[in-house]
Write a protein that binds this ligand. Structure first.
Ligand code: F6P
Length: 325
């Protein structure tokens, strides 16, 4: 196998706080270890259009604390086509890039895996998503910051909920995963969380109402995982219909949750996994995601990282239930 000399870096999918810290880490660790670095702008779209620029250590100065991604990002439709991936490969060869580091979530790492298999190209993934839904890493880059943002918002909403004695349904992101909803509910002292992982035949709202909402409290907050059909509005409407004496409001946090300065935890995770990505290349690893499990840097095959069944600790439901009486 030819020796790797030049590493390409891109960010893809939804931006996540800490992506810049990861770009910085891969760039600096790469240069420290003798590699050249090329930055690819606008995710896979930039790879297809040839939006590529050499990076030095100066290019990543002062970005560790910035939210978003200085490389821009995209959800590329073109990369989902064979024609698009062929163009991407041709540009990698043209630019002399021998390995690609992709910072992104599930869809982005699935793209990297397909590409790696199709062209026998070395791809390394870094877990960059607020959703925390990548398998094999305890946390993803951006998850901690977003959780803190949600908790800050809920603390504020609680003031209004208490003052007006209202039920608030607060909708948070997470795509198909309830990590953000469940843990932010615990951290903000919310009365309940409605999450996709808890889809038993018992209706989560009914269970919550039966548990005696407002028996001891005059206001409450329910965190709801986003869902195309059963989001916060759906549950609020049901309560309004079934319990018309309650004063109900909805707050959808939306993209407020994704931006902002990364937390120290996310900066450290991004720095450790970024250095881990370069270390992986030095070791001759291919087609893996770098994660952190039990505080150790780990290499997870891309095919595993994208599994849809990341374990969800169901005991978290009991924690919230017992503490929200
Ligand atoms: O994957 C990150 C995420 O923020 C999800 O939680 C959410 O469902 C989605 O991206 C929203 O994407 P967009 O910003 O493209 O609307």
């Amino acid at each position: 196998m030819a020796k790797i000399k030049t590493i390409g870096i891109l960010t893809s999918g939804g931006d996540a706080p800490g992506m810049n810290a990861a770009i910085r880490a891969v760039t600096r660790a790469g240069i420290f270890n003798g590699f050249s670095i090329k930055a690819i702008y606008r995710g896979y779209d930039g790879l297809i259009s040839g939006d590529v620029k050499p990076f030095t250590t100066e290019n990543v100065s002062g970005i560790i604390g910035q939210g978003g991604t200085v490389l821009k990002t995209a959800r590329s439709l073109a990369f989902a086509t064979e024609e698009g991936r062929q163009k991407a490969y041709d540009n990698l060869i043209k630019e002399g890039i021998d390995a690609l580091v992709v910072i992104g979530g599930n869809g982005s790492l699935t793209g990297a895996m397909t590409f790696a298999q199709e062209f026998d190209f070395c791809c390394i993934g870094l877990p960059g998503t607020i959703d925390n839904d990548l398998y094999g890493t305890d946390n993803t880059i951006g998850y901690d910051t977003t959780m803190n943002t949600i908790v800050e918002c809920v603390d504020r909403i609680r003031d209004t909920a208490q003052s007006h004695e209202r039920i608030f349904f607060v909708e948070v992101m997470g795509r198909d995963a309830g990590f953000l909803a469940q843990n932010s509910a615990i951290a903000s002292g919310a009365e309940a969380a409605i999450i996709p992982e808890d889809s038993t035949d018992v209706d989560q709202l009914a269970r919550f109402m039966e548990r005696g909402i407002r028996k001891s409290k005059k206001s409450c907050i329910v965190i709801v995982s986003e869902s195309p059909k059963c989001g916060a509005i759906y549950y609020a409407d049901r309560v309004k219909k079934e319990f018309p004496n309650f004063d109900v409001r909805v707050s959808i946090l939306g993209h407020l949750q994704r931006g902002g300065r990364p937390s120290a935890r996310d900066r450290i995770l991004a720095s450790r996994t970024g250095v881990g990505a370069v270390e992986a290349l030095l070791q001759g690893q291919r087609n893996i995601m770098v994660g952190v499990r039990n505080n150790e840097v780990v290499y997870v095959p891309l095919s595993e990282a994208i599994r849809s069944d990341k374990p969800f600790d169901m005991k978290l439901i009991k924690v919230l239930d017992e503490l929200s009486i």
